[in-house]
Write a protein that binds this ligand. Structure first.
Ligand code: C2E
Ligand code: MG
Ligand code: MG
Ligand code: MG
Length: 284
C-alpha cells in the first residue's frame, strides 16, 4: 500500500512540475508577443519630500497590458522576463518611454519644476554590450538632461561576479550626470560600509525595514544607521513602502529626507501625474 501511495505522489509531483513548465513556457511566449506588439505601459509613483509632501521625482514602474487578462504587475512576469532575456528589449522600451514622459513634463511645467524620473534596470541589461550608449542616445534624442534621469539597480543583483564591470559602467553614467540609486537596500548581504566609495547618489531602504521599524529595535537601528551614514557620505535616502503616518513621522525624526508609498500615492497612470502634482502643491 505504502509503495502504491508513493507512486501516486510521485506521479502527482511529476504532473505538477509539468504543469508549471507549461505555464512558464506559455508566459514566456505571451511575453515575447507583448514585447513585439508593445503591450506595456508605465505607471509613476511619486517620490516625496517627507516634510513638504511635494514630489521630487517619480519612479517608473512597468505594467503589462494583457489583451485578455488586463493590467498585470511585474511580480507576475519580471522573473520570466529576466530568465528569457526579454527584459532587455522590454527595458529598452521602459527607458525610452520614461524619458519621453519627462520631456512632456518639461514641456508643460514651468522651467526648473519638472520632476526627475527613476527607472529600474536589471543587471541583465547592464551585461548587454552598449547599455551606456543606449542611455546616452535615449537622452540625446528625447532632449532630456541627464540630471532628470535616475537609474535603480537592486543591491542583491550587484553581488554577482561581474560586479566590477557593472560598477565601471555606473561610473561612466554618473560622469554623464545620470544619478544612480541602490534599490531594496538592506535585503542583500552588504554592510553599510559597502556604500562607501561607490558611484551612487541614492539609497532606497527596502519596505520590509520600514514596516518593522516602528515595532522592533533591529530594523529601527538599521534605518537610523543608513540615514546617518548617508548624510556623512553625501548620499540621499528614500524610504520605500510608507503606508501610514507613524512610518512617516518616525522617518522625519530620523532625518530621512524622501519617501514613497501608498500613504502619499500608489503608482499613477501617465495622465494622472500632473493632476496629482497640482493637488500636492496646493496641499503643501
Ligand atoms: P521596486 O523597484 O522596489 O518598486 C517598488 C514596488 O513597491 C512597486 O511594485 C510599487 O508599486 C510597490 N509599492 C510602492 N509603495 C508601496 C506601499 O506603500 N506598500 C506596498 N505594499 N507596496 C508599495 P511593482 O510596481 O509591482 O514593482 C515590483 C518590482 O518590479 C519593482 O520593485 C522592481 O524591482 C520591478 N520593476 C518594476 N518595473 C520595472 C522595470 O521597468 N524594469 C525592471 N527591471 N524591473 C522593474
Ligand atoms: Mg525600484
Ligand atoms: Mg525597491
Ligand atoms: Mg523590489
Amino acid at each position: 500500500v505504502a509503495k502504491g501511495a508513493g507512486k501516486n505522489q510521485w506521479r502527482r509531483y511529476q504532473r505538477h512540475l509539468h504543469d508549471e513548465m507549461v505555464e512558464r513556457l506559455e508566459l514566456r511566449s505571451a511575453l515575447d508577443h507583448a514585447v513585439n506588439e508593445g503591450h506595456f505601459l508605465l505607471h509613476y509613483q511619486p517620490i516625496v519630500d517627507l516634510v513638504s509632501g511635494r514630489a521630487a521625482g517619480f519612479e517608473a514602474l512597468v505594467r503589462w497590458h494583457h489583451p485578455a487578462r488586463g493590467v498585470i504587475t511585474p511580480d507576475q512576469f519580471i522573473e520570466v522576463a529576466e530568465e528569457s532575456g526579454l527584459i532587455v528589449p522590454m527595458g529598452r522600451w521602459v527607458l525610452e518611454e520614461a524619458l519621453r514622459t519627462v520631456s512632456e513634463w518639461r514641456r508643460v511645467l514651468p522651467p526648473g519644476q519638472a520632476p526627475y524620473v527613476t527607472v529600474n534596470v536589471s543587471v541583465r541589461q547592464f551585461r548587454e554590450a552598449g547599455f551606456v550608449d543606449q542611455v546616452r542616445n535615449a537622452l540625446q534624442h528625447t532632449g532630456v538632461p541627464a540630471r532628470s534621469l535616475m537609474l535603480e539597480i537592486t543591491e542583491t543583483l550587484l553581488m554577482k561576479d561581474d560586479e566590477q564591470r557593472i560598477w565601471a559602467d555606473l561610473s561612466t553614467l554618473r560622469e554623464m550626470g545620470v544619478r544612480i540609486a541602490i534599490d531594496d537596500f538592506g535585503t542583500g548581504y552588504s554592510s553599510l560600509g559597502y556604500l562607501r566609495q561607490r558611484p551612487i547618489d541614492v539609497v532606497k531602504i527596502d519596505k520590509t525595514f520600514i514596516d518593522d521599524m516602528v515595532t522592533s529595535p533591529q530594523p529601527l537601528a538599521l534605518v537610523s544607521g543608513i540615514v546617518s551614514l548617508a548624510r556623512n557620505l553625501d548620499l540621499t535616502v528614500v524610504a520605500e513602502g510608507i503606508e501610514d503616518e507613524a512610518h512617516r513621522d518616525l522617518l522625519v525624526q530620523l532625518g530621512c529626507p524622501l519617501g514613497q508609498g501608498f500613504l502619499f500615492s500608489s503608482p499613477l497612470g501617465p495622465t494622472e501625474v500632473l493632476a496629482w502634482m497640482t493637488r500636492s502643491e496646493i496641499a503643501a
